[in-house]
Design a protein around this ligand. Structure first.
Ligand code: SAH
Length: 365
C-alpha cells in the first residue's frame, strides 16, 4: 500500500486549518495554536509545539508537514537590499526581495512562476509563464525571509510591509493569493495591518471587483501610460480591459472609504511615455481619482531596447503632476546591483507558454 502524502500546513489559512482539525477529530482552537507556532515562532517541527498533546504532536508528525520553499542563494546589495532565489520544484525558481528602510522593512514577494502577461518593459514577462504558486509557496516566502533575517515575527517587525510586486500577476492566481494574504493579516499569524500589505496589478478588472468583495488590502495599479493607444502597446492586457474600465474598477475599490488612495505605478521609459504632455494627460486622467503616483525609473535587463528617462525628464514629469495636485514620488531604485529591482526578477522558469516562439494571446486571459 502506498503511503498517503503528507499535507503541507502552509497551504491552509485559518479556516483551512480549522477544517483540517475537524476532519482529524481535533478541536478548532488547535488551528490558532498551530498558526502561532508556525508564523509567530517560526517553528517547523511538531515535536517542539509544547502546548499540543503528545498524541496530537505524533499524529501531525505522521500526517502533516510544514515545508516552505528552499533558499538556493542569497544576494546582498551594497544598499542593504537582499534577494533570495528560492527553489520551488525541480525545474523552477522564484525570487523574493527584502528592502530595508529607516522606518520599515518591505518584503517583495512573487505570486506566479513567470508571468502570462507580456508587459514590454518587464524582464519577468520575457521568461514566459509556468504555473501559479501555491499558498505554501507564497506565504512560505515570508516564512523563509523571517528565518533568513534571523527574526521572530512575534517579537520584531523586521518585515513590516509586504508588497505583491515580485514575479507574476497576483490577480491571476486569485484564490491562493487571497489565502496567503489572509495569513499575512491574521493576528494569530503575521498580523500585518491591511495598509501594510499591497497588491499590485496590471489591471485585471473583473478580479479587482472580486478582490473588493473579499479583502481590503492596499491596491497598486501598474498604469504606465495615460491613454489606451500607448497602454495597448506597453501593457497588452489593456486591449482587454481598457483604461476607462480600469478607472471604474479603481473607483469601485475605494468607494465608501474616503481616506483610501490607490497607488498608480508609472515606469519612466525614455521617449515612450515621459513627456510633459504625457504628464498633463495623466493628471487629467487621475483628476477625480483618489490617487498617489509612484514614478519608477526603468530598470534595464539584458536584451531590452528600452532605456530609462533622464533624471531631468523624471523631475519635470513629477513637477507637472505635483503642480496639478497629485501626490507623486519617484521610487528609489534599490538592489539594482543584484538584479533585484522592479522588473528585474527573473528566477528560472520552465516556460510552458513558449513565449519565445509565439506571441501571447491576451484574449485567453
Ligand atoms: N504583475 C503585477 C505585479 C508585478 S510588477 C503588476 O503588473 O502590477 C511590479 C511593478 O514593477 C509593476 O508596476 C511593473 O510594471 C513594474 N516594472 C516591471 N518591469 C519594470 C522595469 N524593468 N523597471 C521598472 N519597473 C518595472
Amino acid at each position: 500500500m502506498s503511503e498517503t502524502p503528507k499535507i503541507n500546513l502552509l497551504n491552509l489559512d485559518k479556516t483551512g486549518l480549522q477544517d483540517y482539525f475537524a476532519q482529524i477529530d481535533e478541536k478548532a482552537f488547535r488551528a490558532s495554536q498551530l498558526l502561532k507556532w508556525i508564523y509567530q515562532f517560526g517553528v517547523q517541527d511538531f515535536a517542539e509545539m509544547s502546548n499540543l498533546s503528545k498524541n496530537l504532536r505524533e499524529k501531525l508528525t505522521e500526517m502533516a508537514e510544514i515545508t516552505p520553499p528552499e533558499i538556493i542563494s542569497e544576494h546582498r546589495s551594497h544598499d542593504g537590499t537582499i534577494k533570495w532565489v528560492l527553489r520551488i520544484d525541480e525545474a523552477n525558481y522564484i525570487e523574493t526581495v527584502f528592502i530595508p528602510e529607516a522606518e520599515r522593512g518591505t518584503l517583495c514577494i512573487s505570486s506566479q512562476v513567470g508571468c502570462a502577461l507580456d508587459c514590454r518593459f518587464c524582464s519577468t514577462a520575457q521568461q514566459g509563464f509556468n504555473r501559479n504558486l501555491t499558498v505554501a509557496e507564497i506565504i512560505g516566502q515570508l516564512w523563509v525571509a523571517n528565518q533568513a533575517l534571523g527574526c521572530q515575527p512575534r517579537e520584531s517587525r523586521v518585515i513590516s510591509n509586504v508588497v505583491l510586486m515580485g514575479m507574476g500577476e497576483p490577480l491571476l492566481n486569485f484564490d491562493n493569493v487571497i489565502k496567503a494574504m489572509s495569513l499575512m493579516l491574521d493576528d494569530e499569524a503575521y498580523g500585518l495591518s491591511k495598509r501594510r500589505v499591497t497588491l499590485s496589478t496590471s489591471g485585471v478588472v473583473p478580479a479587482m471587483k472580486r478582490l473588493k468583495e473579499v479583502s481590503d488590502v492596499s491596491l497598486a495599479v501598474s498604469l504606465h501610460a495615460p491613454n489606451d493607444e500607448l497602454r495597448n502597446q506597453i501593457v497588452p492586457i489593456n486591449r482587454k480591459y481598457p483604461i476607462k474600465e480600469l478607472m471604474q474598477a479603481c473607483m469601485n475599490y475605494v468607494a465608501d472609504e474616503p481616506r483610501r488612495k490607490i497607488t498608480f505605478e508609472y515606469v519612466m521609459l525614455e521617449g515612450v511615455n515621459d513627456t510633459k504632455q504625457h504628464a498633463f494627460e495623466l493628471a487629467r486622467l487621475l483628476k477625480n481619482v483618489p490617487a498617489k503616483v509612484n514614478l519608477i525609473p526603468f530598470n534595464p535587463f539584458p536584451n531590452t531596447s528600452y532605456r530609462c528617462s533622464s533624471q531631468t525628464k523624471i523631475d519635470a514629469f513629477r513637477d507637472v503632476l505635483i503642480a496639478k495636485g497629485l501626490t507623486t514620488i519617484t521610487r528609489k531604485t534599490r538592489g539594482g546591483d543584484i538584479d533585484a529591482a522592479c522588473g528585474q526578477l527573473a528566477g528560472q522558469v520552465m516556460d510552458k507558454t513558449k513565449r519565445t516562439h509565439r506571441q501571447q494571446d491576451i484574449r485567453s486571459i
